[in-house]
Every structure is written in C-alpha cells, then in structure tokens.
Design a protein. Structure first.
Length: 455
C-alpha cells in the first residue's frame, strides 16, 4: 500500500500529456515532473488518488540513456519545453507511441499510426509568443509559467521562439521600470499589464506586438511605440487588447490598433495570409507545410467536390482545399478570423470560397437544413474536439471522406470512435511534430465512409 509522503524508487516508462514522467510502484501509476522514460528515480509521493498518484523527484539514481543536456539552461523548470532533456529522436518515438496507445485505449481504434514527422532543426520555430508579465521584488519579469503553476520563470532568451522576442521583452521590461507601470496580480486582480503577445511573419519578418491590459489605456504609449519602431526591424502593428476578467484566457473582446494597419502578412507555400491580433494561425510554419500537405493528400480532391472546413481560422487550410475543389465553406467563431479569411481569399484570387461566422455546432446544422452538404469534410477543432452535434450532422451529410486535424490525441480518439460507430472507418493517422520539446503532438487522420469507397 502506497503512502503519502512515502519515499520510493520508480522507473519511468512513459510521458503524460503535460510532459510528466509516468512510472508504476506496486502497480499504481505515478506522475513525476522531470522524469523521462528510462530514468530510475527516487521520489516522494505528494498526492494519492484511488488509481494513481503524483510524486516529487528527489534524485535521479540512474538517468535514461536518452537523457541529454538541454540547450536551454532553464528548460527543466520552465513549462514551455517539458521534454527538451530528452533526445529529439526519442521525443518523436514517444509521440508516435502515445497517439497509437490513446487511439486504442479511448477509441478502441487500432489502425496504422505512422512515425511522427519531425524537424531537421527543432529550435526557434514558433512565430507566436505569449509572455505573462510579473514582478520579482521591484524588477519586471517576463517568461513562461513554471510547470503546473502560474509562477513566471524569467527568460532572457527562449530557444523555441523567434529571437526578435529578446528585443521585445527587453524593451517592455525597461518601459515598466521607467514609468512604474503596474503589472497584473492574479490574486488581487489589480495591476495593468497582463501579457505581451508577439507574432512574426516567417517569410517577410513582419512583427506584430499586442499588449493585453487590465484597464482602459496603456500609459506613455507613444514613447513605447517610438522605441519599438526604432529597435524592432519590420515592426508593422502594435495593438492593445483589454481583458478585465478573472480568467486564464489571454485575450479579451476589445482590441485597438495603436500603430500600423492591424495585421501582418505571412506566406505558406504559394499563398499569402493576412493575420490580425486574435486570429489563429499555426505557430510552426515549417511543420504546418508538412501537416497541410498531408491533409490535402488525404482529402484527395479532383476539382468537383464541395468541401467543408470546420474551425477554419483565417482560411489557411480552406484556400489550399479551394485550389482543388469546386466549392469550400469555411466556418469559424472568431469574427476577426473570418474577416481575415475573406481578405485572404481575395488576396489570393479565390472566388469559390464562402466563410461563415458562427460556432460550428450552430452553423453546420443550419447549412444542412438548407440542403448544403459536403463531399469531403476537414475539421481542425480546438483541444476540446468537436461538439457531438457537429459529428452527428457530419454523419447525416454522408461525405465520402473526413480529414480530422487534431492537437489532442484524446479528443481525436473520442471523436473518431463516434464516427466509427456511425458508418465511417479510420484508415490511418499521421502525427506531425508541430511543438518540438513539448509533450504536444498534432495529428491528421483519414476516414472513409464504410462501403462507399474501398481504399
């Protein structure tokens, strides 16, 4: 019988979805931050549930032969790169294994899961950063949260972000110190500056900076903008977003453009995209190309199909689908993203797209009621997956293929299981490493209508 505060030796066998090591003692799984597969650890149990527990790492008694010295000196305390201490090839192997096991465990689906497609150089890949802002005594700090907490780990350089963020964070820290700008405290809900969000175009290097504030106005904004213009190459937009709610959601509803046109332009393969402050665009452009090419391969379009792109964001997948289909309907709940999608269709000279503002669970049934159905459906939902009414309506539409892009293997397995129970068969799944050094993995799954097409 395990005891809370008990000291045990455990060998790590797997990694959880938050990057924590998982090992068993007396048959009970323990989740241990800092443990990597193959490590033999001395741990202290901190919390016990009925069928699992949590433990604190006391000592690495025998390190895994796949453990490496991480490039980032704070990787083992920062929550941004939970598994940078693990050899990159092994990160990919573990992600493949986790997708396969999750599909079998949750969805009872045993299909080919291909090797996770990784990067040649898995550093400085992110085109978007979200820095919480805090104080350490009288010193402003910016960085990422320590694993499992809202304690900010200050960083001068992040090895997965674009290096322009080094300049941005330095300017913001000095601005806070010079003007005694207050920073937001989650406990008291007081203080002004909450986050700085940056977006950088992969191709053009255009930079957007968004300041999220708990108030009405950023003080001394003219001086701050002038310094950003002087020191940040290719600065295109500075925006202010107001979020006065007691929430972990970063953005509020109101965004004001303080400088520039309110967007940056990025390029993916042969298409161009307007990106505004709150619009979704994949954070790893190199791997997004890999992901989208696989999604297009699975869609297998011949130019005659009507395609639905659900949770379409700024239309990034939609426009690639539109190149090879008769008509594409894109559906998205964020108003700014829909506006961007319409601009992007115009920018790239597409006339066979229609973008609809609304929640998928509302918009998709409405289209079906109007007699508008799809030959192929592509979905790329948030981590929570699809609402059941969306899946139900997809089944009623009877598309010949469904391409499911997912950032969460658990909800992917759940949703594929529903579709399997209602006439579809999962053919294969391709994981893509959009988030090196983290436990997250993106997948694209191909489904066929049973009896309609034999692959």
């Amino acid at each position: 019988m395990l005891k809370r505060n008990g000291i045990y030796t455990v060998t790590i066998e797997d990694i959880g979805h938050k990057g924590e090591g998982i090992g068993k003692v007396k048959g009970i799984p323990l989740f241990i931050h800092g443990g990597l597969p193959g490590d033999e650890l001395k741990v202290e149990i901190t919390k016990l549930k009925k069928n699992y527990g949590f433990a604190k790492l006391l000592e690495i008694q025998k390190p895994s032969d796949r453990r490496v010295i991480p490039r980032c000196p704070i990787a083992e305390i920062c929550g941004g790169c939970q598994i940078m201490s693990l050899e990159y090839s092994e990160q990919l192997n573990i992600k493949t294994q986790r997708v396969h096991e999750t599909l079998k465990r949750i969805g009872k689906i045993d299909v080919p899961v291909h090797d996770t497609l990784g990067m040649e150089e898995p550093y400085h890949y992110r085109n978007k950063a979200q820095f919480p802002i805090g104080m350490e005594g009288s010193t402003p700090i910016m960085g990422f949260f320590k694993t499992g907490t809202h304690e900010i780990v200050n960083t001068e350089h992040c090895y997965i972000q674009d290096p322009v963020n080094d300049v941005l964070t330095k300017i913001v820290k000095e601005y806070i110190a010079k003007h005694s700008v207050t920073v937001y405290d989650e406990g008291s809900r007081k203080g002004l500056l909450r986050h700085m969000v940056s977006r950088i175009s992969n191709k053009t290097g255009e930079v957007m900076v968004i300041f999220v504030i708990n108030g009405k106005e950023l003080p001394h904004q003219e001086e701050l903008i002038e310094r950003l213009k002087q020191e940040v190459n290719n600065l295109k937009t500075v925006a202010q977003n107001i979020n006065t709610k007691n929430t972990n959601v970063i953005f509020g509803e109101t965004t004001t453009i303080l400088y520039g046109e309110g967007y940056i332009v990025d390029h993916l393969m042969d298409l161009s995209f307007y990106i505004s402050p709150r619009s979704f665009f994949q954070v790893n452009p190199t791997q997004t190309k890999v992901l989208y090419e696989k999604a297009l391969e699975y869609a297998d379009l011949n130019g005659e199909e009507t395609v639905f792109d659900l949770y379409c964001g700024i239309g990034s997948i939609s426009l690639f689908l539109a190149k090879k289909s008769k008509k594409v309907y894109g559906i998205e709940i964020v108003p700014e993203a829909i506006e961007d999608a319409k601009k992007n269709a115009e920018l790239n000279n597409f006339t066979n797209t229609e973008f609809i503002l609304g929640a998928a669970e509302v918009a998709v049934p409405k289209l079906y009621e109007k007699g508008i159905t799809a030959d192929v459906v592509v979905v790329d939902p948030p981590r929570k997956g699809c609402e059941e009414i969306v899946l139900e309506t997809m089944v009623k539409m009877d598309p010949k293929r469904i391409v499911y892009v997912s950032c969460n293997p658990s909800t992917l397995a759940r949703d594929l299981a529903y579709l399997e129970e209602n006439g579809y068969k999962t053919i294969e799944v391709q994981p893509v490493d959009l988030f090196p050094h983290s436990a997250h993995v993106e997948c694209v799954a191909l489904m066929y209508k049973r009896g309609k097409i034999v692959p």
